[in-house]
Design a protein around this ligand. Structure first.
Ligand SMILES: Cc1cc2nc3c(=O)[nH]c(=O)nc-3n(C[C@H](O)[C@H](O)[C@H](O)COP(=O)(O)OP(=O)(O)OC[C@H]3O[C@@H](n4cnc5c(N)ncnc54)[C@H](O)[C@@H]3O)c2cc1C
Length: 565
């Protein structure tokens, strides 16, 4: 049985940063990913990473913008840590080879991003995530004697010992279907977000909430799950992202009447208000009949000098041409708000520790909570790196001087039996549905009823649909019964994770009877600090809907204020 001090599940930015930190602290490390590490979803990150690095800027200003952006639901101790440590992290990346954009004086250059009071976003054209991920992967190669890489291995469950401590995981090799039990003194979940609960979404097919559901299933509470970010600029139909970098570089938004409508909603920041504010404004324009017939508004990137667009936004030039048939340097492109990011996740402290000893979480899978009700653009890459590193360090420290636990073989047998049961299911009879059909229904329904605007009726209907889909998923049949690259069986397992995540999103949204950040309740349109300035935490409750409880928001120096941009 493979055994390592620290087992990291996920090899995106959070996982790779955690692996480097744990290895540097002397631990033996395993890093595991269901896709090749550089195909992790972090690769898609476009616009950049925030840090108050300029002498005229300050970490306090970055922190205040983040607190305000979160609609005061972010935990201020965690936000302070992230913003204080941001400049050092960006320099660390630069020194390891990330080719951040430099301005004409040869200094690191920045671009403006939404909700920020200074231009503090560092970037590599509009492929920042790819640039970071490849540099971290090179660094992992250097420590190959300490870090074992399990590429194209799919974790199906976390394992606990008799005392309830997390001591490993069960995984399936995607290449040949072999199941294996891994023991570890500490496990770090870095398995990313759950955007595939929605259709369309900006998220890749692999973002199916696996780690969120796996932690939830063994009793780790989830927090802020109702807070799902809709990004203001996604292509209608396929959900592909047009980076906020476009507005950062000067693009404007117009309705079908040619009005630059953000001037009405956010007179100071206009298009660079925070994402929840811009998405709501766009959806209001569309709902009130001032959008285009395809349910969109227009993003006009021709405001940005063409040369600059071709240099700094070249990826969205390609996206516009290939996926919308539009030359964005010459004409506006139609966009709409689309599901993009989950602010909620596995509840952790500022070292990434969850409530289960031995289990850590970092990156989009986690909720530390630095984003609260709404994440500022370019704060997520930062979150993955800061809390990835911190959890790597803490997990390595825990491992020191501790004996290697032995994960019990019974967990392996149970997971093998669960996979065998899916493979044996008979299809084609009665009302038995395909996995893809159930997934489509889930995503489309979530995008209708649990989107920018929500209300009790819609949320109750959403919950009833999820309960039905859970039953259908438990008997849904697959076609591939083989062992080599059987994505069919993995799809069935992922659907179960998505349904758990979706149920938690809906229960959190029903519970929060107010409007804050990304959660806008038409039936409770005001923010209500007296009753709802608190986190909603959700815990597993057998096979039923989750148990709801609350935890306080940590305040350090910023009292809630009215939020205007
Ligand atoms: C299009 C797009 C653009 C973005 N641009 C920006 C930006 O410019 N700036 C910014 O700050 N943020 C941006 N974001 C958000 C940011 O990219 C993500 O939040 C962040 O990269 C998530 O990183 P992560 O390490 O937590 O997870 P990921 O990069 O998603 O990695 C998850 C890892 O877990 C593995 N995994 C998952 N499940 C399993 C399993 N069952 N078994 C084994 N392995 C598993 C995956 O294979 C993968 O290696 C963007 C998001 C999108 C969708």
């Amino acid at each position: 049985m493979p055994a390592h001090d620290v087992l990291i599940i996920g090899a995106g930015l959070a996982g790779q940063r955690a692996a480097l930190a744990a290895a540097e602290a002397g631990a033996t490390v395993a890093i595991m990913s269901k896709v090749h590490p550089v195909r992790s979803h972090s690769n898609a990150a476009a616009g950049g990473i925030n840090a108050a690095l300029n002498p005229e800027d300050s970490w306090e200003s970055h922190a205040f913008d983040t607190v305000k952006g979160s609609d005061y639901l972010g935990d201020q101790d965690a936000i302070e840590v992230m913003c204080r440590e941001a400049p050092g992290e960006v320099l660390w990346l630069e020194h390891r080879g990330v080719t951040f954009h430099r301005n004409p004086e040869g200094k690191l250059g920045t671009r403006a991003f939404g909700g920020a009071s200074a231009a503090r976003t560092y970037y590599v054209a509009d492929i920042t995530g790819q640039a970071l991920l490849h540099v971290l992967y090179e660094q992992l190669m250097k420590v190959h004697e300490q870090v074992d890489r399990y590429e194209e291995w799919f974790v199906t469950a976390l394992v606990q010992d008799d005392a309830g401590e997390c001591c490993g995981a069960v995984a399936r090799s995607i290449r040949d279907g072999a199941m294996e039990l891994f023991s570890a003194k500490a496990v770090i979940l870095a398995s990313g977000g759950a955007g595939q609960c929605y259709k369309p979404t900006t998220n890749a097919l692999i973002c199916t909430g696996d780690g969120i559901a796996q932690a939830y299933r063994i009793g780790a509470p989830l927090m802020d799950m109702e807070m799902v970010q809709y990004h203001p600029t996604t292509l209608a139909g396929n959900g592909i992202l047009i980076t906020e970098g476009a507005r950062g570089e000067g693009a404007h938004l117009y309705n079908a009447e040619g009005e630059r409508f953000m001037e009405r909603y956010a007179p100071n920041k206009v298009e660079l208000a925070s994402r929840d504010v811009v998405s709501r404004a766009e959806q209001t324009e569309i709902n009130e009949g001032r959008g285009f017939p395809d349910g969109t508004v227009a993003l006009d990137i021709t405001k940005v000098p063409r040369k600059r667009t071709l240099e700094a936004l070249r990826e969205i030039v390609n996206i516009g041409r290939d996926f919308a048939g539009v030359d964005i340097t010459r004409e506006p492109i139609h966009i709409r708000p689309g599901c993009h990011y989950i602010m909620g996740g596995v509840k952790t402290d500022i070292w990434g520790a969850t409530s289960i000893p031995g289990l850590y979480a970092a990156g989009e899978v986690a909720c530390v909570s630095v984003h609260g009700g709404n994440r500022l653009g370019a704060n997520s890459l930062l979150d993955t790196l800061i809390f990835g590193r911190r959890s790597g360090e803490h997990a390595a420290e825990r491992a020191q001087g501790m004996a290697m636990p032995r994960a019990a073989a019974v967990s392996l047998r149970a997971e093998q039996a669960a996979v065998d049961e899916i493979i044996r299911r008979e299809g084609g009879r009665g009302r038995i549905r395909r996995i893809s059909e159930i997934k489509d229904e889930l995503g489309t329904m979530m995008n209708e009823k649990v989107a920018v605007f929500r209300d009790e009726d819609g949320l109750r209907q959403a919950h009833a649909t999820i309960r039905r889909l859970k039953e259908e998923a438990s008997v849904a049949a697959i076609d591939d019964r083989g062992t080599i690259f059987n994505q069919d069986v993995l799809g069935a397992i992922e659907l179960g994770y998505m349904l758990d995540c979706a149920e938690c999103i809906v229960i959190g949204a029903l519970e929060r009877r107010e409007s804050r950040g990304a959660q806008f309740r038409l039936d409770f349109p005001q923010r209500n600090d007296d009753e709802w300035l608190k986190h909603i935490t959700l815990s597993v409750n057998g096979g039923g809907p989750p148990t709801v409880s609350y935890s306080p928001v940590t305040m350090t120096q910023w009292e809630p204020q009215e939020r205007t941009y």
